[in-house]
Ligand binder design. Sequence first.
Ligand SMILES: C[S@@+](CC[C@H](N)C(=O)[O-])C[C@H]1O[C@@H](n2cnc3c(N)ncnc32)[C@H](O)[C@@H]1O
Length: 295
Amino acid sequence: MRLFLFLALGTQIVLFLPELPGHGELYVRVIWVAVASTILAWWFMRLAREKGHIILARLGLARAAAPASYVRALFDAYACDYDEHLTEELHYAAPAQLRALVVEHLAIEAGTVADLGCGTGLCGLQFRDLATKLLGVDLSARMLQRARARACYDQLVEADVVDFLRRHKASFSLLVAADVLVYIGDLAPVFAAAAAALRPGGGFAFTVEGATGSRWRALRSGRYAHPVAYVQRLAAQARLEIVARRDAALRTQHGRPVAGDVWLLRKPLPPSRRGDDGNAPCEPPASCAVGAGAD
Ligand SMILES: C[S@@+](CC[C@H](N)C(=O)[O-])C[C@H]1O[C@@H](n2cnc3c(N)ncnc32)[C@H](O)[C@@H]1O
């Protein structure tokens, strides 16, 4: 608003400039037009970065994933209030729901755990004691700053989750993604990269917002929803076993529960490491290694 007042005032002034020596008023007007159009161009670019994705989603033209620039702008601005807003107002439960599913179904070997889209670290808190090494990855520098202050992660990386996973082949015992895949529509690249980044027997636990149909859908909020049939198909394509799925109220929105699914997939063990019944032999859960600092 202040920007437009400034531009309107400046335009009034240059329009009604008195004649200056050597047609100086013309030079002032040309300079003002250049300044005002640069300011407007900057404003439009900022608007496109922050709102372009939502506008496209509302027009039914959303891309296969929210652009990184949109995610960064959204969460950099949200970082300060995120924890309080999510936990106290939206009754956010995804990290605890993921932990419950993992502990119930997966005896993970003590090993390296990556928290994909770690945000401020709410999910890291839930998985710290299951990891000998806990990595967090996120696009938003401000969210990462908050996560760093938690001193819960051994390493924090500013990156896109797919790029990060592609750089780490056969590295993780467990991947967790709480409320992150809702910013990605087409999950095929995520599943393929996750399958390659997991060690045999490793788990991939994540939440998605629910939908009907057989493919992902962009919501008016700019988030994405993923039907059960879609996740099942992609898991099969990526050769990940479905260990468990649970219906869940992930948080509230405008006072109403947001319905979603909590999934746990697993990269199969090679036949030589399976038990007699064809299942993976049980391993004790990792011991606790709380308190390591972030880099
Ligand atoms: C709703 S927050 C969830 C944060 C955290 N997992 C939690 O449970 O509190 C979503 C986070 O995912 C991050 N994010 C979204 N898309 C991403 C991507 N493609 N790569 C990396 N981080 C991403 C955002 O920056 C944001 O911090």
